[in-house]
Design a protein around this ligand. Structure first.
Ligand SMILES: [Zn+2]
Ligand SMILES: [Zn+2]
Length: 334
């Protein structure tokens, strides 16, 4: 089969992602084989290509927002029928027995594994996934619209939980890419007032279109103090701006898996008055199930740009250079 693989990570414009041929994988016990229809493109894929995340498997195939059909099942894999639509997400496996797994925090499992990092992902014709970590997806919505929810949506949802936003509260969002534009809609649909700080005129325009009360630059102070903020931009220098924009008792959640260094913080200006700075680490399967339930009843829609499978590398370059608006989704040829 035809895949995109990373052999030696490096700057995306120097071609770390290469088109190669591979054997179609066979599903192991408890796994299903999925024929990829579409695969969403995520900033984490860029981090994997560029080496911001330490490589764990040479020649890995990135891509962790897969929508496709189950075409084969390994021993004991009977959760899906052949032909069912299923989704593959970032969280791929946890141990199930550590203190974190047992207490509902499987996202912190030290033995967790991730699609496109520890195992091959969806920039391919076929991909395997443990059935217990796959999502059953509705067959009546376009695959392209569903893919961005499998990572951008789930991580955004968890970030919103971690940001501790009170009902009807004021939420600031720093950076307005794929995850942010879905999170913004979830927050607004649940009564939040939204303030977006981002670079790029088109991102600001999308923020206003989706109902933001304010859309400024990442260094702009929103016009009113915020209850909560989520930093989606992978830039640590945004964090002090977000902390300064908070009301006393407010919370900043950092959504990304990778962040450049946070500058030195000043206790009085950035943290005193019980402002909290929190990270977001992966997600639990429960986060994903809850998100898909919300998406089925709230007016939340991914703004997508379809990318031909041939152009995944160029699309990642667009993400790197801030040229992407909304969610990019790679589409396999039929
Ligand atoms: Zn565990
Ligand atoms: Zn992702």
């Amino acid at each position: 089969m035809d895949v995109w693989a990373v052999d030696r990570p490096g700057p995306i414009d120097e071609g770390p992602l290469q088109r190669v041929r591979r054997t179609v994988p066979a599903p192991g016990p408890g796994e299903v084989l999925i024929r990829v229809e579409v695969c969403g493109i995520c900033r984490t894929d860029l981090h994997l290509c560029e080496g911001d995340l330490e490589p764990r498997r040479p020649g890995v195939v990135p891509g962790h927002q897969v929508v496709g059909a189950v075409v084969d099942r390994g021993t004991g894999a009977d959760r899906f029928a052949i032909g069912d639509r299923a989704g593959i997400a970032w969280l791929r496996r946890t141990c199930g027995s550590c203190e974190f797994c047992r207490s509902g925090s499987e996202n912190l499992c030290p033995r967790s594994a991730y699609t496109g990092w520890d195992a091959d992902g969806g920039f391919a014709e076929y991909a395997v996934v443990p059935q217990d970590y796959a999502y059953a997806l509705p067959a009546d919505r376009p695959a392209v619209e569903l893919a961005p929810f499998l990572c951008a949506g789930i991580i955004g949802y968890r970030s919103l939980l971690r940001a501790n936003l009170p009902p009807g509260g004021r939420l600031g969002i720093y950076g307005f890419g794929s995850s942010a534009h879905l999170t913004a809609q979830l927050a607004i649909a649940q009564g939040a007032e939204l303030f977006v700080m981002t670079r790029g005129a088109q991102n600001k325009e999308l923020a206003r279109e989706l109902g933001a009360a304010f859309a400024g630059d990442t260094t702009d102070r929103p016009p009113v103090p915020l209850d909560s903020a989520i930093v989606f931009a992978p830039a640590g220098d945004v964090v002090p701006h977000a902390l300064e924009a908070l009301k006393p008792g407010g919370t900043v959640a950092v959504a990304g898996i990778h962040l450049s260094d946070v500058p030195v913080l000043n206790y009085e200006r950035h943290l005193f008055h019980e402002r909290d700075l929190r990270s977001v680490t992966s997600n639990t399967r429960r986060d994903g199930e809850e998100l898909f339930r919300l998406v089925s009843r709230l007016p939340v829609r991914a703004h997508t740009t379809e990318v031909p499978f041939d152009a995944v590398d160029r699309a990642l370059s667009d993400v790197a250079h801030g040229r992407a608006v909304g969610s990019l989704v790679a589409v396999r040829p039929d």
